[in-house]
Design a protein. Structure first.
Length: 161
């Protein structure tokens, strides 16, 4: 039987730990990423950070998404050290369509996809689908399709520029 893809109230928690627990309860593995400092820079403190707020905490997730975990004790240890960390999930068993801006909305409308979970992001929204695409990940103008366990997607309540 296919598992219904949904977003629970706990996944909408304003607490990274609360949201991480909810994702793990739903069968997802999580990754904590560097957060964003008050001045808008990535907490990794690299002036040239190419992915602010979106790359894994290397001490706790040394292999990036391949270190994704359902170990809440590890998540708690990481959060004690990085209180402003962000949350991502492994896309093992999932496909996420990342839609940005008007061009992305127009492109996804042309695809005529079935109704599914929609999570709003800073520039648009993510659509979540059960299963992985055999064709793999691909990118288009303002529309990315991410799939498989070697990919991750940022989830609420993450904060990034």
């Amino acid at each position: 039987m296919r598992r219904k893809n949904r977003v629970s109230d706990a996944m909408r928690s304003k607490s990274i730990l609360g949201a991480a627990k909810a994702q793990v309860k739903a069968g997802r593995k999580v990754v904590l990423t560097y957060g964003i400092l008050e001045d808008g820079r990535c907490a990794c403190k690299r002036d040239d950070c190419p992915s602010p707020g979106k790359h894994p905490l290397s001490k706790f997730f040394p292999n990036g998404v391949n270190s994704a975990t359902d170990d809440i004790a590890l998540v708690q240890r990481a959060l004690r050290r990085h209180t402003n960390a962000n949350l991502a999930i492994s896309l093992s068993g999932l496909t996420v369509v990342d839609v940005d801006g008007d061009a992305g909305r127009a492109a996804v409308k042309r695809l005529d996809l079935p109704d599914t979970v929609k999570v709003f992001t800073g520039r648009g929204y993510h659509l979540y689908f059960e299963g992985e695409l055999s064709e793999g990940t691909f990118k288009a103008e303002k529309l990315d399709v991410l799939t498989g366990g070697n990919r991750m997607a940022m989830v609420p309540p993450s904060n990034h520029p």
